[in-house]
Design a protein around this ligand. Structure first.
Ligand SMILES: C[S@@+](CC[C@H](N)C(=O)[O-])C[C@H]1O[C@@H](n2cnc3c(N)ncnc32)[C@H](O)[C@@H]1O
Ligand SMILES: [Zn+2]
Length: 310
């Protein structure tokens, strides 16, 4: 259990954000408030805005951060709406934005939320419990082709076709209701050798469904644009991603503002009108050291990219 509650790449994020005690920082993925607490501790006259779409996260982190009083403002919402959230708070430019993507350990550990393939729960997987679409709706309502695409694109699942077909056959008898029912159907569609692999056989499909339910990739694209727009010159963007789909989106969003010139290479000067507004601080993403990954298995796939607004 050692290190279970230690935020991923904490020191690296604090350095990446380059925290000034009087600055304004946004934690777009508050979770249980681990990163936020460390940021708040370093502020004197500064402000931390914590955003999470999960009402439980806002409540839990709210207790943890209550000692910091007026320095901390928490908002339940989606980081893709950061522009409007900051406007409502009357905040102009900010000095740093942190996004620590994916699901939190409280979400995974709460057996009732349906994120986990090891505990039986209704097929929900919504981070924002007021949003209309659950995993149950997707599993029972989308076409076979659409399910195949979700498992293949968002989960890089090799057996996406067989799994989608098995789901459609099974739901013709009665709808799938729980996570473990879904795990059984997924396993039934996979060859025996795949079931013996180290990774849990349902891991990729569960990741894929979670991405679909929460529209995670589109939210990330929107959130990155809003975050980079919100930064003051010198302000820092720090993003921790957990799979290659996310990391690619982060890398490309930064690159588009760093090197988005579309002029042919033989042109002596740029005429396309591109204005460079970001610069990468990390050439290659930062990954946790072996000490951190030994303590915290979730950290194993983490990648941190840092960029600065010009
Ligand atoms: C990995 S956890 C963050 C953990 C946090 N850094 C800590 O130290 O406790 C990710 C959190 O981000 C939230 N989240 C994910 N995508 C979001 C989005 N688009 N908008 C707002 N919150 C989001 C999830 O609900 C979850 O609570
Ligand atoms: Zn150009």
């Amino acid at each position: 259990m050692v290190g279970k509650h230690v935020p991923v790449l904490l020191q690296e994020c604090l350095e990446g954000l380059n925290i000034a005690p009087g600055g304004v920082y946004v934690d777009g993925t508050l979770g249980r408030g681990g990163h936020s607490q460390a940021i708040a501790e370093r502020l004197t006259t500064g402000t931390l805005i914590g955003i999470d779409q999960d009402d439980a996260a806002i409540r839990e982190a709210g207790e943890r951060l209550s000692p910091y009083g007026g320095k901390v403002k928490l908002v339940q919402g989606n980081f893709r709406d950061m522009t409007g959230i900051l406007r409502e708070l009357g905040i102009g430019r900010v000095n740093g934005v942190l996004l620590d993507l994916g699901v939190s350990s409280p979400q995974l550990d709460d057996g009732s939320r349906g994120f986990s393939y090891v505990s039986d729960a209704p097929l929900d997987m919504r981070m924002d419990r007021s949003s209309p679409v659950t995993a149950r709706d997707i599993v029972n309502g989308r076409s076979e082709e659409e399910l195949r695409r979700i498992f293949f694109e968002y989960g890089e699942e090799r057996y996406s076709r067989a799994i989608a077909a098995a789901i459609v056959r099974r739901r013709a008898e009665r709808p799938l209701e729980t996570t473990l029912e879904l795990v059984d159907v997924i396993k039934s569609a996979m060859p025996a050798a795949a079931l013996r692999e180290k990774q849990h056989p349902a891991k990729r499909c569960f990741q894929a469904l979670r991405i679909a339910v929460n529209d995670e990739l589109e939210a990330l694209r929107d959130g990155l644009e809003a975050a980079m727009d919100a930064l003051a010159p010198g302000g820092r963007l720090c993003v921790i991603s957990f799979h290659s789909l996310e990391d690619r989106i982060v890398k490309n969003a930064i690159r588009a503002r760093e090197n988005g010139c579309t002029c042919p290479p033989e042109f002596p000067v740029c005429v396309c009108g591109f204005v460079k507004t970001m610069k990468s601080v990390t050439r290659k993403p930062i990954t946790p050291d072996s000490g951190e990954t030994a303590d915290n298995p979730r950290a194993r796939s983490a990648k941190l990219r840092v960029a600065e607004r010009l």
